[in-house]
Design a binder for this molecule. Structure first.
Ligand SMILES: Cc1ncc(C[n+]2csc(CCOP(=O)(O)OP(=O)(O)O)c2C)c(N)n1
Ligand SMILES: [Mg+2]
Length: 584
């Protein structure tokens, strides 16, 4: 067995797993390994804040399907990553976080940057390991990389800093490739039986279809059934938007066409989705989930089966393999839905056309608060919906888009359509503001030939814009659209609806974000006319692709606000004490 140091074993194992980039901020704790990243073919990408590194690793893994890697200095460098790893966990992203720790002889003494680094990631990792002996460096490193992919989520490798040193004799472990199957015979045959009897089957295409690279299988099955296909919430890239069976996303600010069609389903085939609690919240005044339909759920993680929605059949398997298997089982059979296939196709076309027309006409919000905001703006600011429509029209081919948490970003859900998977990187269930920009930077690193665009509100942008310096310093060109409405709008909407417009902490007195961008070395443009929205995006994408330049496109928006996310979670305030009696 070859002799090497623990640092060499660590770096060699990463190289064997195909690691070519690591995001982070340098630190003495892992410097001995970092020193040989370059000769191992690994580029270390220094960021502005380690949260950004974790988001970048997330974006990197979401677009490539490979492990994204981040690291930082023990203690604060690592604790800075917690939010990013939590977000990656809920995005099902195979991120490996390497956490160098206080040296073994210092543990427990309250030394510099000492902290216990496993508990803080416990809830957000699929696997954690603490290197207890340098001889196991390659083994544990390899296992973290394998488990990130097999469990589809973050894993953590915790290395006491002194264990990077010392000699060992070790064989570098090869990656283990998991070959997932379609699921169990019994449940697959039950599902095929249900599908063959369905009169109005509807498919929900989820993140599992993207992760399994199985859009083709989903299309073939949908075409055989003539089934409308809706995207699960924020997985708008799980089915091509140009396909006649595509009906748009379910959930918050999703497609009315998709919701109306699924409400008619007698059998729902949920392909690669955990049917998460937010994914099917009532929307547009519609409680569309078909309560009486039989639900077939397919998920690679058996713990998700029937967890949130009542199901008739749960299949633990790969979404693509299961779709192919079901197709085979239906082969040559007459299905109950065959007779109405043409009628369904016509219904789909009618619902989609109606929704497009409604979107075309829905140029601004019409509630009292929004109408007043529009009046206040006096025509100097743009309606977010119109801006989103113009951006949609100007999207380049093969685009990657990330979105943040906020009111305008949520409304964007209706206007973001994709032809190919691994194109849409929304902040998923962890829902942290500040997600989109660093995530698209990571995606761009993994796919430099694809145009990369992030959306963020002005509040979320403030949290994340520092990473513009990473784009400039590291020559990672992206385009960031910032919706400047001078407020933390999404939360302010709750004060409008529930707190009698008592606005606390919701206003944002911004300086020019375009100017700040220029000061950081990027291009910055301010857009305040609707005609300029599309051209500004196209120009920015042009310089991204041709000149390698990052542009911040700041769009001046009115303060109007779309429907809130969590109407279900709030209620009118109750006050018992006299001094608060007016606060109702
Ligand atoms: C890290 C974090 N902090 C706070 C929140 C709560 N929050 C959700 S949306 C939102 C407002 C976002 O404002 P902005 O980015 O300006 O977008 P807008 O709603 O105005 O479109 C806030 C504060 C959050 N989701 N994440
Ligand atoms: Mg805002």
């Amino acid at each position: 067995m070859p002799r090497m140091t623990a640092s060499e074993a660590f770096v060699e194992t990463m190289a064997v797993h195909g690691v070519t980039e690591i995001f982070g901020i340098m630190g003495s704790a892992f410097m001995d390994a970092m020193d040989i990243f370059e000769p191992a073919g690994i580029r270390f990408i220094p960021v502005v804040h380690e949260q950004g590194a974790a988001h970048m690793a997330d974006g990197y893994s979401r677009v490539s399907g490979r492990q994204g890697v981040c690291t930082g200095q023990n203690g604060p460098g690592i604790s800075n990553c917690v939010t990013g790893i939590a977000a990656a966990f809920w995005a099902h992203s195979p991120v490996v976080i390497v956490t160098p720790e206080t040296g073994t002889m210092g543990v427990g003494l309250g030394g510099f940057q000492e902290c216990n680094q496993l508990p803080m990631f416990q809830e957000f990792t699929k696997y954690q390991v603490h290197l207890n002996n340098p001889n196991r460096m390659a083994e544990f490193t390899g296992r973290c990389f394998d488990r990130a992919l097999s469990e589809m989520g973050p894993t953590q490798l915790n290395i006491p800093r002194d264990l990077f040193y010392g000699d060992l004799d070790v064989e570098i472990p090869q990656p283990a490739h998991l070959d997932r199957g379609p699921g169990g015979e019994k449940t697959l045959s039950q599902a095929a039986e249900l599908l063959s009897q369905a009169e109005f089957p509807v498919i929900v295409s989820g993140g599992g279809i993207v992760n399994a690279n199985a859009v083709a299988e989903c299309i073939t099955l949908a075409e055989r059934l003539g089934a409308p296909v809706v995207n699960s919430y924020l997985h708008n890239d799980s089915f091509p938007a140009s396909h006649p069976l595509w009906c748009g996303p379910l959930g918050y600010q999703g497609s009315k066409a998709g919701m109306k069609l699924i409400s008619r389903a007698d059998v729902v085939l949920a392909l690669g989705t955990r049917l998460g609690p937010f994914g099917t919240l009532p929307q547009h005044g519609m409680d569309y989930w078909p309560q009486d339909a039989k639900i077939i759920q397919i998920d690679a993680d058996h713990k998700m089966l029937g967890l949130v929605k009542k199901i008739s059949v749960g299949i633990c398997g790969d979404a693509g393999a299961a779709a192919s298997d079901l197709l085979q089982r239906l082969d040559g059979k007459m299905l109950a839905c065959d007779a109405s296939k043409e009628q369904r196709a016509a219904d789909i076309a009618i619902e989609k056309a109606a929704w497009e027309e409604e979107l075309d006409e829905w140029i601004h919000e019409k509630d009292d608060f929004s109408l007043e905001a529009i009046k206040r703006a006096g025509g100097d600011e743009l309606h977010p919906r119109q801006v989103l429509r113009e951006l949609e029209k100007a999207m380049p081919d093969n685009v990657m888009v990330s979105t943040d948490i906020g009111n305008i970003n949520s409304v964007a859900n209706s206007y973001l359509r994709f032809e190919t998977p691994r194109s849409f990187f929304a902040a998923m269930s962890f829902g942290n503001c500040g997600y989109a920009f660093p995530t698209i930077i990571g995606a761009k690193v993994a796919a430099p030939d694809r145009p990369a665009i992030s959306y963020a509100g002005d509040g979320a942008w403030g949290m994340s814009m520092g990473e513009t310096m990473t784009c400039v310093r590291e020559n990672i060109p992206v385009t960031a659209v910032v919706f400047n409405n001078g407020q933390w709008g999404a939360e302010k909407k709750n004060q409008v609806d529930f707190y009698d417009r008592r606005f606390v902490a919701g206003e944002l007195d911004n300086r020019s974000f375009a100017g700040i961008a220029r000061a950081m070395g990027a291009d910055g443009v301010t857009v305040d006319s609707l005609d300029d929205v599309g051209p500004a995006l196209s120009d920015a994408v042009d310089v991204q692709m041709k000149d390698g330049k990052t542009t911040i496109v700041e769009v001046m928006c009115t303060q109007e606000l779309g429907d809130p996310f969590r109407r279900d979670a709030l209620s009118k305030p109750v006050r018992h004490l006299d001094k608060y009696k007016d606060y109702v």
